[in-house]
Design a protein around this ligand. Structure first.
Ligand SMILES: Nc1ncnc2c1ncn2[C@@H]1O[C@H](COP(=O)(O)OP(=O)(O)O)[C@@H](O)[C@H]1O
Ligand SMILES: [Mg+2]
Length: 466
């Protein structure tokens, strides 16, 4: 906002003031020829007075707009000064126009950007936060690279133009543009915040947008700035924490209920067996068959409840040094039996020079391998190969056991959920196998990785070596 200003000062008085002023000052005539400069100016451009005087100011100075001489007022301009060779520095310039004996002159005082301002500008350009500086008419004065990315705008497309117009012209996606326009049309004072979710390359992105007023007393500048922050990860973590809390509560209830179910089951099972014997003695084979079915179903319930208990209240882990190979050998008959029922062939591959010994709980580890092999066999349905492969890990302080199947693979939308308790895609599944495996691995200090494609799925069990 230019302030009307009239500087009528005798030229000598002006020189006296200028020599005692700490900032770089240059005096030019109406044609832009340099009449005088002070010592701070000479220091700044690294030249002597006689090398500067009489030359055109454009040899030292570039300003984006044409300089308008001869106006009796103060103006603020932005420009660049040539300082020693090709070195240009950014500067704010205050220009005053005055008269001495009807000869007008122009006093240019330089306020070069300080190192702090330069560093701040660099910082803003490197920030992951999107920042847009707006003047009081919502015209874009500056937009950093992060904001350009979030808004999908090029700097030169939007600079010095009202942001609302650019939003309309560049056809930003609906909820985003709507919220942004609402923010821009909010009263200039006070902060406002909004959040918007949008799809970027098929993934949901959550952006928080805040608008703040700014006022610079020094230059009289009044405007606002927008801060755009990607809060996708925070929101997804919050969601996960809420879900974990829910599951933890569910787990506690489940543990209590499971106990209550198991005890009566034991007595029902006992009495059914007694009845079964009696029926057999009486030759009621058909009825005895029913009892057999009931007992089988009861053992299914009992197993389910057992898994349930393990999940919600894992027994104390007994960590010892165990041989992975020995653990696998012990459960191999069970795996082979299950595999035979599904026409699946079991291969064991050992890509290791020595037999790995890990720190784990052998019984729990068996459960992990059994669950993974069972899933692999079930995924193949009928026929195929199950490969159990031992390899050295990276770094060498661990061993990896891969359980590889030739099943149909796991679709992406299923993959997200497979470790969740009770998630199953099987008619008779419990959905507890993988979540138990994960829980056990956490306690052993290892982890499970999954990779899946059309050729099948590989579950990799990473174990710390002893
Ligand atoms: N090897 C595999 N191939 C394809 N899908 C699998 C595999 N292992 C697990 N899954 C998927 O993960 C789900 C959860 O497995 P799990 O927790 O063991 O429960 P359940 O076996 O009772 O379904 C399965 O229902 C299945 O959809
Ligand atoms: Mg399973």
């Amino acid at each position: 906002m230019p302030i009307a200003f009239h500087l009528d000062m005798n030229f000598n008085q002006l020189k006296y003031w200028m020599e005692r002023f700490s900032r770089a000052v240059m005096i030019v005539d109406d044609r832009g020829i340099i009449l005088d400069v002070n010592r701070p100016f000479q220091r700044l451009v690294q030249l002597k007075n006689h090398e500067i005087k009489g030359k055109s100011c454009t040899q030292f100075l570039t300003v984006p707009a044409q300089l308008e001489w001869g106006r009796n007022q103060m103006q603020w301009l932005k420009g660049k000064l040539r300082c020693g060779g090709a070195n240009m520095i950014k500067t704010d310039i205050q220009m005053l126009t005055g008269n001495d004996d009807h000869r007008s002159y122009h006093v240019l005082t330089f306020y070069p950007a300080t190192p702090f301002e330069n560093i701040a500008a660099q910082l803003i350009s490197h920030l992951h936060l999107g920042i847009v500086l707006l003047d009081e008419r919502n015209c874009v004065l500056e937009i950093n690279p992060a904001a350009r990315k979030y808004l999908g705008m090029e700097r030169k497309e939007v600079l010095h133009q009202p942001l609302e117009e650019s939003i309309a012209r560049l056809q930003l996606p609906e909820p985003f543009s709507e919220r942004l326009i609402a923010l821009l049309s909010s009263p200039a004072e006070g902060c406002r915040r909004t959040e918007v979710e949008q799809k970027v390359k098929n993934a949901a992105q959550c952006l928080s947008i805040t608008i703040h007023p700014v006022h610079d007393r020094f230059s009289g500048f009044t405007g606002r700035y927008l801060i755009i922050e990607n809060v996708t990860e925070i929101r997804s973590l919050e969601k996960q924490i809420r879900r974990n809390n829910r599951l933890a509560t569910l787990g506690q209830i489940a543990a209590g209920t499971a106990h209550e179910i198991r005890n009566p089951l034991t007595s029902i099972k006992g009495f059914l067996q007694v009845i079964g014997h009696r029926l057999k003695e009486n030759g009621q084979y058909k009825e005895q068959g029913y009892i057999e079915i009931m007992l089988k179903e009861i053992s299914r319930i009992s197993n389910l409840v057992g898994e349930f208990l393990l999940l919600s209240k894992p027994r104390d882990v007994r960590l010892q040094t165990v041989s992975v190979f020995k653990v696998l050998k012990e459960i191999l008959p069970i795996i082979k039996n299950e595999a035979m029922l599904h026409n699946v062939q079991v291969n064991i591959e050992k890509n290791l020079s020595s037999l790995p010994v890990v720190v784990a709980d052998g019984e729990l580890l068996k459960q992990v391998f059994l669950n993974l092999c069972k899933n692999a066999i079930e995924a193949m349905g009928d026929g195929g190969e199950l490969t159990i492969r031992l390899t050295a890990g990276e770094p060498e302080s661990k061993v990896i056991v891969d359980i590889v199947d030739m099943g149909p693979g796991i679709p992406v939308h299923v993959m997200e959920k497979i470790f969740e308790p009770f998630f199953t895609t099987k008619e008779n599944g419990t959905g507890l196998g993988l979540s138990i495996c994960q829980q056990i691995m956490k306690e052993i200090g290892g982890f499970i990785r999954v990779s899946s494609g059309e050729m099948g799925t590989t579950f990799s069990v990473h174990l710390p070596l002893a």
